[in-house]
Design a protein around this ligand. Sequence first.
Ligand code: SF4
Length: 534
Amino acid sequence: MNELDSELVAGRLAQLGYAMTREAGEADVLLYNTCSVREQAEQKVWSRLGELKRTKKTRPELVVGVLGCMAERDGSDLMKRMPVVDIMCGPGELDKLPELLDNAVRTRASLAGDQSASQAALQGNTSRRSQTLAAAEDRLELLDLSRTISPVDPDGGHRSSYVRITRGCNKFCTYCVVPFTRGAEIHRPPEHIIDECKRLADAGVVEVTLLGQTVNHYRFEHGASVAVGGVTQPQKGRTYKGSHHRDAFAGTSVTTFADLLHQIHEQVPGIERLRFVTSYPRDFGNDVLEVMRDSERICRYLHVPAQSGSDTVLRRMNRGYTVGEYLEFLDRARQFLHQPEIGRPLMLSGDIIVGFPGETDEDYQGTVRLLEQSRYKNCFIFKYSPRPGTVAYDKIPDDVPEVIKRERNNHLLAVQARIGEAIGNEQIGQTFDVLVEGLSQRQLKASGLTNAARKPRTIEVTIGGSAVATAPVVDDADQGDGTVQVTGRSDGDLIIHFDVDNAAHAKSLIGRIVPVEVVSASGLSMGGRLVSAD
Ligand code: SF4
């Protein structure tokens, strides 16, 4: 979600004459798009802001902005603690960023070092404030609609894009800050989403990932929509009980998630791969599974966080399902979608939190069992850390000792590594269609390059400067023997590397879907052999 927000912000700023820099040191404006979900990510931002104190002394005109969850949650406290920050802009107010930036740039230029003047750019929170929510939704929809879509670069990169379909979340898991920072769940009109997909396809994008915190909750009621200023407005989400039948929400006035997937698949054939994240384990109907099964360009991949294998812990987390219900869903998904005989096995990934308050050894053993039964190809495993602004932070004492959390975390990582390796080995000899994304990590290292050259995490912009050309990474690559290693993903999200004979050949494959036979497996990735490609 943050990556898409960064792209939208960068696109909007480019339209206004700002240009990206390659290095942070060259920028007149540094914007950090933050995430509060994990403590580690937040610590990195604090440390980067700390480092800027010295820079600001020599370059008082430098404008520093914090966007995203931290800005929403910490508000003026963050500015007090870190006076280097000139702009704060929560995820619900990104449309206002150009104005804030313009204000801060002018203020900095004329009153270098005068904090009181630049702090005029601070904006308050709007999430879940009923009187401003509707207006914020409208403005955010316009930000999505104003997305700049440029043709993909000649190196073949940028063939994958995100498209938001739902904003916010209504779940209120007790450990999570998202419902507070991103606001209530609202759904974008399907015609806007389909139009965005068409524009992306026309620009050369071949893979679209639909985004939502609980993406399968998507549901748009056409009768309830109101056109304001010629734009159909997004709708607030409703809590509903999922059905296992395709026409549970049928009717001319409702577009369900299954309908949306079907419509994109049918109306935008240029999108050769359609995927979505993140799925919520409850309310996932057979209607969606049927559309996935019957649509050849929808990926056989589901990211479905379980978070724990203990009903007691799940209740305390307010997740709204039991372990039994979670596993029932995975079984059902496999019945519909697991078809290794036609080269389309269903691949799953998950999220687990260990050491949630009150987690006993027995609870933890339940999580180990869940991992064994779920057989994720990969799983994001985290130690619980209380996040300010959440229910758990205020009301549930963090009582599992750090040493136990670490032990469980390491043990679970080892269990998952074994499962992932077994799944990898099962794929040896299979041929998959692989979307070639670019040079592999090994190749980038061998060529003295990093992915950061292509994909900066900080948004670094210069005022009135010229756009930075994409680094010509492929032309210069080889492994010393002339061969070049590229990497890509199968439709089940398996990461597969393979060698090609030279840089020109690598360049011709990037952005294309080609058949690759898996010949080895190790860790999270596999080695392959290009079968044929015209
Ligand atoms: S479903 Fe729970 S964990 Fe996911 S975004 Fe919503 S509140 Fe957070």
